[in-house]
Design a protein around this ligand. Structure first.
Ligand SMILES: [Zn+2]
Length: 300
């Protein structure tokens, strides 16, 4: 089923891929013009996937996908912030050079005959921030990946046989903090009760504080993080990665065999816009320094 697949793996390479697609689209769209699905797995660190050497079972579907595809080993995000990293990729420009005057990938493909749709979840890549430019349809869902995918499936199912090529952008926020994966996924990675620097009930509050969503309690600010804390937060993160992997896997298994999708012709791109900090640069999460290693790829 996965014939002639290749997987790319870095944001730099994704930008090159964008240029390649533009080159294709400058000619009148032939019948065999590939459909394109671009999947953003927001916040996925490369070293938390088996594809990039982890022994953890965080992404069994992605790992299997990667075995029959091209994987790029050096993946460097152009920015460690969701908005700028995505816009950089979609405009094929460094974050300091993106602009409302620069066409996005969706605008270019739309101009050259592609139907362009997006199904996003979790915020930040929103129409209000300019991401809907060039899309015929742009759906934003507030929560997890699985909430947005049924609409994507329905849209593909309703395509007529003679549909023009399409460009679909899927974005997921399941892996991003605050880490809220269901217990069935948490139990796969948290093997012992948390006995770290915070009370268990404080961990979610602390993550929301790091995002600027909630004020911390005064004693939270005095926390001296230790290995138990790091292991616990990483395990919660891994649970979200696994939840996300199951959603992606279910969608792509459904896609396989659809009459409007041909793996020998069409293009699937999977990437993350940045990784996660996890004390690499002294902070629990976020953007202490840019370019936490991420993962990215495509398959066709
Ligand atoms: Zn992000």
């Amino acid at each position: 089923m996965w014939s002639r697949q290749r997987l790319l793996a870095c944001v730099e390479t994704s930008c090159l891929l964008v240029l390649g697609l533009i080159g294709i689209a400058c000619r009148p769209a032939p019948v065999q013009t590939p459909n394109v699905i671009l999947v953003s797995l927001d916040t996925l660190r490369a070293d938390h996937t088996g594809l990039y050497g982890s022994s953890l079972e965080t992404r069994p579907f992605l790992d299997r996908l990667g075995r029959d595809a091209v994987v790029f080993d050096r993946a460097i995000a152009q920015c460690s912030h969701t908005v700028d990293s995505h816009m950089s990729l979609l405009q094929s420009r460094y974050p300091t050079r993106t602009s409302t005057e620069v066409a996005t990938l969706a605008e270019v493909l739309q101009t050259h005959g592609f139907t362009t749709v997006a199904f996003t979840s979790g915020g930040l890549v929103s129409p209000e921030l300019g991401f809907a430019r060039g899309f015929d349809r742009y759906d934003s869902y507030p929560d997890v990946f699985v909430d947005s995918l049924p609409a994507a499936r329905t849209w593909i199912s309703e395509l007529p046989d003679d549909h023009p090529p399409f460009f679909m952008f899927l974005h997921s926020y399941d892996i991003h903090s605050p880490f809220t994966a269901p217990a069935s996924f948490v139990d796969l990675f948290v093997k012992e009760p948390y006995e770290g620097s915070l009370r268990p009930e404080e961990t979610h509050v602390y993550q929301r504080h790091l995002l600027g969503l909630d004020p911390p309690s005064p004693d939270m600010m005095e926390v001296e993080w230790n290995a138990v804390d790091r292991a616990y937060f990483e395990a919660l993160y891994d649970a979200g990665a696994r939840e996300n992997d199951e959603a992606l896997g279910t969608f792509l298994k459904w896609l396989d065999g659809r009459r409007s999708w041909d793996w020998s012709r069409d293009l699937l791109v999977v990437f993350s816009d940045h990784g996660e900090e996890f004390w690499d640069h002294m902070a629990p999460r976020g953007t202490a320094r840019p370019c936490t290693r991420n993962c990215c790829g495509c398959r066709w």
